[in-house]
Design a binder for this molecule. Structure first.
Ligand SMILES: Cc1ncc(COP(=O)(O)O)c(C=O)c1O
Length: 368
């Protein structure tokens, strides 16, 4: 019986998985935090939890976001979830009626497209450009369509690694707010900033606009925790708190959430993120340097786990025959295309393996 989602293939340097490096998972420190949480909170750690998530975690998160994002959420603006995927599922359940249009960036996180499709929404691509956004919303409304929200990954994006420029970070939520379309900002990679601090979120850049920002501990700590959170308008958070399943089951993943509060407050989170950032920076540098040395021009992501390169799905069989794999870029488009890029993930392999992967891939990526 499989115990994890990842499956390795012998002989293949697989750059397709956006998963953490196994050595970056904090087994010992998490065990210490589990013990500390049980000692500090006693039976409360194992009881049903507060609907919006433990106050201790929300308080620590407020302090962390004041540093990493420049805006600390007020108590009624935070809701703890079982990861970013769960946050998107919850927000979609709240905001999408069957038949609605959900606007999505192109390219964007491919598995978010599945979460949205589960809500029977029609997905329409639009770039995070305020004018294109306004034109698209106006056109759809003229055609009688309801637009429920706009989903994008504006910081160290999956799959491109790119971040939205500062001006658009302010302008886009302002236009969306004027049009009455909420923005759902997937901020999963904020903590993994390799050169400069991550730019302020859309949520922080445009206070008062209807932006829901989704966060996760999957990349900064460990995906198996199934722990994330969102910051958003108090009425939306109140609606999530008021849902039947939290009334019945209490706050999501309560024991793990309290353990994260202990992990954060002890300083273990900050230490862990610093070492993860150093590790992934070295991995990024190994991949990008080897690609550049082999004549492959590619952008250098300032954070996150991905390099986005010209290429196509047609290269995959030859790449796998050469012992390296990737995800074809067309998977990141709601429309199914274009087929003109590939996504390489540098998260799961060490520097030497990444350099070897680049050496195997380069002859396929460079026109001879
Ligand atoms: C942009 C983005 N959002 C969400 C997720 C999933 O996050 P979680 O594990 O917290 O559900 C991923 C994981 O690859 C991601 O890249």
């Amino acid at each position: 019986m499989p115990t994890i989602q990842y499956t390795g293939r012998p002989g293949v340097l697989d750059l397709s998985w956006g998963h953490p490096h196994p050595d970056a998972l904090p087994v010992g420190d998490w065990a210490a935090a589990t013990e500390a949480a049980l000692r500090e909170f006693g039976w409360r750690a194992l009881a049903y939890g507060y609907e919006a998530g433990p106050v201790e975690l929300a308080q620590w998160l407020r302090e962390r976001l004041a540093v990493t994002d420049g805006r600390a959420p007020a108590p009624g603006e935070v809701f703890v979830t079982a990861g970013a995927s769960h946050a998107l599922e919850l927000v979609s359940t709240q905001l999408v009626a069957p038949g609605d249009v959900v606007l999505v960036d192109a390219p964007t996180y491919h598995l978010a497209l599945r979460v949205l499709a589960d809500r029977r929404a029609s997905l329409v691509e639009v770039p995070p450009d305020p004018d294109a956004f306004e034109e698209t919303v106006t056109r759809l409304r003229r055609a009688g369509r309801r637009v429920s929200f706009y989903y994008l990954v504006p910081t160290f994006g999956n799959p491109t690694g790119a971040s939205l420029p500062a001006a658009a970070r302010r302008a886009l939520p302002a236009v969306a707010d004027r049009l009455g379309v909420p923005v759902v900002e997937d901020d999963t990679y904020r903590e993994l900033a390799y050169d400069d601090p991550a730019p302020p979120s859309l949520w922080a850049s445009c206070e008062g606009a209807r932006v829901v920002r989704i966060g996760s501990f999957a990349k900064s700590v460990a995906p198996g925790l199934r722990l994330g959170w969102l910051t958003g308008p108090p009425d939306l958070v109140a609606a999530l708190v008021d849902r039947g399943y939290v009334d019945s089951g209490g706050g999501v993943n309560h024991t793990v959430a309290l353990t994260m509060a202990a992990f954060g407050r002890s300083g273990a989170f900050a230490r862990h993120v610093a070492s993860a950032v150093a590790r992934y920076r070295a991995q990024r540098d190994a991949l990008v340097t080897a690609l550049h040395a082999a004549g492959v021009a590619c952008p250098v992501p300032a954070g996150g786990w991905f390099v986005w390169l010209p290429g196509s799905s047609a290269l995959l069989p030859a790449a796998e025959a050469a012992g390296v794999s990737f995800v074809p870029g067309r998977r990141f488009f709601a429309s199914g295309g274009p087929d003109d890029h590939v996504r390489l993930s540098f998260s799961m392999l060490g520097p030497a393996e990444l350099a070897e992967a680049a050496r195997r891939l380069a002859p396929l990526l460079t026109p001879s």
